[in-house]
Ligand binder design. Structure first.
Ligand code: SF4
Ligand code: SF4
Length: 140
């Protein structure tokens, strides 16, 4: 087995890396790929399986994932690509490819964006009350 694949497999989140058949379902359902076709989970998987440690761990791409987990529910092989990304980020920090604080910064940014979206949606809902005459059935 290739050395880098084995290291990914042993890192928390990377256990199922060898299940991948490179089918591309993760890329097809990825919302980040929808707006940035340079971000391609299948391509990252292929690079891991080809043992391209430097290219993978130095890549900006592994930081673009927003951890929505759509790829996890669409993967026919239970690879759990979102978890593989977390393993790759941990390896990139551990091996000095990136500064330690990047991981925390990206987590904070993701949390802030989720909170901002919720606040913006709530503000819109306040402005746009339900159409008159429509009420909830209340039968849950
Ligand atoms: S991670 Fe899953 S969905 Fe993505 S290419 Fe591999 S097998 Fe297909
Ligand atoms: S978890 Fe990341 S790679 Fe998977 S679908 Fe969401 S953004 Fe794409």
């Amino acid at each position: 087995m290739n050395r880098f694949v084995e290291e990914v497999r042993r890192t928390p989140g990377g256990a199922n890396v060898l299940n991948c058949l490179l089918c591309g379902s993760c890329t097809a359902c990825c919302p980040v790929n929808e707006i940035d076709d340079g971000y391609n989970p299948r391509k990252i998987m292929r690079m891991i399986l080809l043992d391209m440690e430097d290219d993978v761990l130095l890549s900006d791409e592994i930081w673009k994932c927003n951890q929505c987990h759509a790829c996890v529910s669409h993967c026919p092989q239970d690879v759990r690509f979102a978890d593989i990304v977390r393993a790759l980020r941990d390896l990139a920090i551990e091996r000095g490819y990136r500064d330690k604080d990047l991981l925390q910064k990206v987590k904070e940014l993701d949390e802030e964006l989720k909170r901002k979206r919720l606040e913006a949606v709530q503000a819109e809902l306040e402005k746009k009350k339900p159409v008159s005459g429509k009420t909830a059935e209340g039968n849950l």
